[in-house]
Design a protein around this ligand. Structure first.
Ligand code: OXD
Ligand code: MN
Length: 604
């Protein structure tokens, strides 16, 4: 292959490993043209014009939403497809009981047939990108080959893309090899296969973000988690935020919540009025790469460079910073549009418009039973659009993490906030993290789906081995972060949420920061520390304090059920579950029994 050049004719790379691989993949997929992306503005304008001309993107109002576009995807292709996502490790045991597995040779064979000639009549774009700050020890270079210009434009927002990635790679062979073709966007021919040992991802038959923006879930989490195991670091489904006090003290927190539990809202939170002078700074809203530095602390970077956020439910109350973020230079996918070139989704501020064009492109009238925006409709916006973006987001060192938070959607049992006794107990919180299903997802409401570390769909190897890796990280840390469990979604007997959530979560965050800095009280329970009356700052909060007591309460009967359910879950993980986690469950059960007996005696 000839040395590729940018539009001005300047050479882009002479990396022979890279050139040979691109050549090999081009021989397989047989595109009409191969275009190397340099990440320049000129390239962005050219690709935007081309995609608009082809109807892949449609411009929105240049006054209401400058430089914004809408993309409507194939209606059969609107979300990640867990059942078609495979971890292709040499043995099934390495993928573990929570992943779909295919033997690497079988997967390569099956997908080679699909990729053969899949780009005929199309252009293959070569996208060099960096996950993480360019040049950082945390960061990784990836190459994605794709026949979708929509993917190029999204990758341009979500990653550090183009020439800097090639410069960082130099002549090295250490890069992620990602191959993507839309093929005919047919669910029958859709596969997202990960080969962690080969640092390779092959994705075919989809155009949807999570399946095709290969830097995100595929590299930054599935393959990344495996690289983390091998190299001694952590790739996590966690937001990263900085809490700044009025005195200018900064505390960084990483938090794992299952998909669609409000990570983006939490990462961009604006503290309530009572917290005058406090600020939340977003480092990342979805993924954290963390490693121990020379000072024995855990440091995190956000490998991404943009937000691929869920649009419905985003409004001036739930996330004012996100509303500002999406107001320019944004690609919207599967939202509804108004006649005057604006966007709309369920849960947006203001009146529901009388008429819209729905996410499929059809006319929609107010009162229609169908959703106007797809529930998984998205915005892709650069991080630099976020008014709360941390100035350390590009810091190659990352930010030092003082607290790690796990949270799910639980109507009962899990208190508003609880601190783990120690690192292992925190890993128990992560390992048993669960969220209740909604009717839309399963038909059964209130069933707890365990989603350990919010990584169930994203862990690229055996879940038990993953817990073991987390446990072993403690040995490297002089000063490990404190660990917490939170639940914004607990309900009262009337079925209403006990806690107002959103900006008010600052009150919980403050307790977490103060606990991490060893300067506020708490109450020991058999399962962890909870705030006792007076520990949470509730000033100016307009709800009865008994309601907060209910939200923070540890109910021994509910925990009896919880520990039984955890025991069932642990059994599904098989022999690689670290014994210490099951022993911790047993210890909790024994402590629970003692409490129950003591309470019964006190009553008698
Ligand atoms: C996401 C997800 O898109 O977790 O971030 O599904
Ligand atoms: Mn996510």
């Amino acid at each position: 292959m000839q040395t590729p050049t940018d539009a001005a004719g300047k050479p882009l790379t002479k990396n022979q490993h890279l050139l040979d691989w691109v050549d090999e993949m081009a021989r397989l997929t047989k595109p009409d043209h191969v275009v190397w992306c340099d990440g320049s503005d000129e390239e962005k304008h050219r690709l935007t014009e081309e995609t608009v001309a082809k109807g892949i993107l449609t411009p929105l109002s240049s006054t209401k939403l400058p430089n914004c576009f809408i993309h409507r995807s194939n209606p059969n292709d609107v979300a990640r497809v867990e059942q078609l996502t495979f971890i292709c490790t040499p043995t099934q045991d390495e993928a573990g009981p929570t992943n779909n597995w295919m033997a690497p040779a079988d997967a390569y064979k099956k997908l080679t047939v699909l990729f053969d000639g899949s780009m005929k009549g199309r252009t293959m774009y070569v996208i060099p990108y960096v996950m993480g700050p360019v040049g950082s020890v945390h960061s990784k270079v990836g190459l994605e080959l794709t026949d979708s210009p929509y993917v190029v434009l999204n990758m341009r927002i979500m990653t550090r893309m183009g020439r800097p990635a090639l410069n960082m790679l130099g002549a090295s062979n250490d890069f992620n090899r990602g191959l993507h073709s839309m093929l005919d966007v047919n669910p029958e021919r859709r596969f997202i296969c990960h080969f962690p040992q080969d640092n390779t991802i092959w994705s075919v038959g989809s155009g949807y973000g999570g399946n095709v923006l290969l830097g995100k879930k595929c590299l930054a989490l599935r393959v990344g988690s495996y690289l983390g195991l091998r190299e001694g670091w952590l790739a996590e489904h966690m937001l990263i935020l900085g809490v700044e006090s009025p005195e200018g003290e900064m505390t960084y927190v990483a938090a794992a919540f299952p998909s669609a539990c409000g990570k983006t809202n939490f990462a961009m939170m604006i503290p309530p009025k009572r917290f005058k002078g406090w600020k939340i700074w977003t480092v990342g809203d979805d993924i954290a790469w963390m490693r121990v530095s020379a000072d024995g602390r855990l440091y995190a970077v956000n490998p991404e460079n943009g937000y691929f956020g869920v649009a419905p439910g985003t409004n001036a109350t739930t996330n004012p910073n996100a509303m500002a973020t999406v107001s320019h230079d944004t690609i919207f996918t599967n939202v509804a549009t108004t006649k005057d070139g604006n966007v709309w989704w369920e849960g947006m501020d203001g009146e529901v418009p009388d008429e819209l064009t729905d996410w499929t492109g059809k006319p929609w009238k107010k009162g229609s039973p169908d959703k106007a925006a797809h529930p998984n409709s998205r915005f892709t916006s650069p991080s630099t659009n976020n008014p709360a973006l941390s100035k350390f987001t590009d810091d190659p060192e990352g930010v030092p993490i003082s607290a790690i938070v796990f949270g799910g959607r639980r109507a009962t049992t899990i208190p508003l906030v609880m601190q783990a006794f120690n690192w292992m107990n925190g890993i128990f919180f992560g390992a048993t993290l669960g969220s209740e299903t909604t009717a839309a997802a399963t038909g059964k409401v209130g069933v707890v789906r365990r989603d350990p570390f919010a990584m169930l769909p994203f862990c690229g190897y055996n879940m038990g081995t993953y817990f073991g890796h987390w446990l072993s990280m403690q040995a490297k840390m002089v000063n490990p972060p404190k660990m917490f469990l939170v639940n914004w979604f607990r309900k009262g007997e009337d079925g209403k949420f006990l806690w107002p959530g959103y900006g008010e979560n600052m009150r919980v965050l403050k307790w977490i920061v103060d606990r991490a800095r060893l300067r506020v009280g708490g109450q020991e329970t058999p399962f962890g520390w909870v705030p006792k009356a007076g520990d949470l700052d509730l000033s100016g909060l307009d709800i009865p304090h008994e309601q907060v007591d209910q939200a923070t309460h540890v109910d021994l009967e509910e925990w009896t059920t919880e520990l039984t359910s955890i025991s069932e879950f642990f059994k599904t993980l098989g022999p690689s579950l670290p014994r210490v986690l099951d022993l911790h469950r047993e210890l909790s059960e024994e402590r629970l029994k003692i409490m129950k007996t003591a309470n019964a005696q006190a009553k008698a």
